[in-house]
Design a binder for this molecule. Structure first.
Ligand SMILES: [Zn+2]
Length: 311
């Protein structure tokens, strides 16, 4: 399904609103920053590419840009998934639920992108990069533990946690819209849909772009490591745990519930065998602890724009 011109205008406005709510206006966001922070947001054509980026203009002033091409691509992926029989084996299908899934997935994806860029900013990555530039420290590297990879993984993990927090707030309504009913079964199924969708997005990017693999870590690592970090963040966030009781009560249980869906995704959706998945998992565990160490060694905490741990 194509988006019409009028639809684009509506979508652009909604996306801009989402972005500004996060960055600047949402009730207590400014109080979390260490000093006043201003983040501009724009949707541009950016030479017909599918891209999102964040820039540092000066201390406390940043810019996030998303290309129209990226929004279009997210829309197509959301639409494709909402009609995918594999994916839909998760849900009771009707035209209304298909449309509800498509729309929720689209905005969920946009949320993820906005939060990823925002995370680069509030985690202090852009200020850190500026400092590295001044000191002549190289950021980009092919090494899987290169600085660029560490920053990307951290931004992914923060973004996923932020988006899940927002999802959890509206969860009951979303589940009713998708299923037409609200039972513990449908709530849990809806949860699976969003985790599957996140995995599908990473997977889609991997299949599509060579460019991303130069600057970002390999997808299985990226996903496994993110999930481990996210489990830690979610276990600290009582709001999310209260809204989504089935995901577990502590870090280990939460991690296990994510892993269950992740393994299911690789087996059912990607047709991978369990041996392959186990090998990736072992590598990812090692990878994860090194990344955690890397974040400490880079002294990224000194660059944070926020006062304390915040998800
Ligand atoms: Zn990034």
């Amino acid at each position: 399904m194509e988006l019409e011109y009028e639809d684009y205008i509506v979508v652009f406005d909604e996306v801009k609103n989402m972005a500004y709510q996060y960055f600047n206006y949402h009730s207590d966001i400014q109080s979390h920053y260490k000093f006043p922070v201003n983040i501009e947001f724009s949707i541009d054509d950016l030479e017909h590419q599918s891209i999102a980026l964040s820039n540092r203009k000066s201390e406390g002033n940043y810019l996030v840009k998303i290309s129209a091409g990226m929004l279009k691509e997210l829309w197509f992926l959301a639409n494709k998934l909402s009609k995918d029989t594999n994916f839909l084996s998760l849900v009771k299908t009707s035209e209304n639920s298909q449309k509800a899934i498509r729309n929720y997935l689209f905005y969920f994806y946009v949320d993820l992108i906005i939060c990823h860029e925002w995370s680069h900013i509030f985690c202090g990555h852009l200020d850190f990069i500026e400092d590295c530039f001044l000191k002549g420290v190289k950021i980009l590297s092919d090494d899987e533990f290169g600085i660029n990879k560490i920053l990307e993984l951290e931004a992914d993990s923060k973004a996923v946690t932020l988006v899940l927090a927002r999802l959890a707030e509206n969860y009951n309504n979303i589940s009713s819209d998708i299923y037409g009913t609200k039972t513990s079964h449908s709530l849990e199924r809806t949860w699976e849909i969003f985790v599957y969708s996140t995995l599908s997005l990473f997977d889609y990017w991997e299949s599509k772009s060579n460019k991303i693999s130069e600057s970002h870590p390999p997808i299985p690592y990226r996903v496994f490591t993110s999930i481990m970090f996210v489990s830690g963040e979610v276990s600290d966030n009582q709001g999310i745990r209260n809204q989504l009781p089935f995901i577990g009560r502590n870090e280990d249980e939460i991690n296990a519930s994510f892993m269950k869906i992740l393994i299911k995704f690789y087996i059912e959706y990607k047709n991978q065998d369990i041996e392959n998945i186990s090998t990736e998992l072992v590598k990812a565990f090692k990878h994860c602890s090194k990344i955690g160490k890397g974040i400490e060694e880079l002294n990224l905490n000194d660059y944070r724009l926020i006062k304390a741990k915040w998800t």
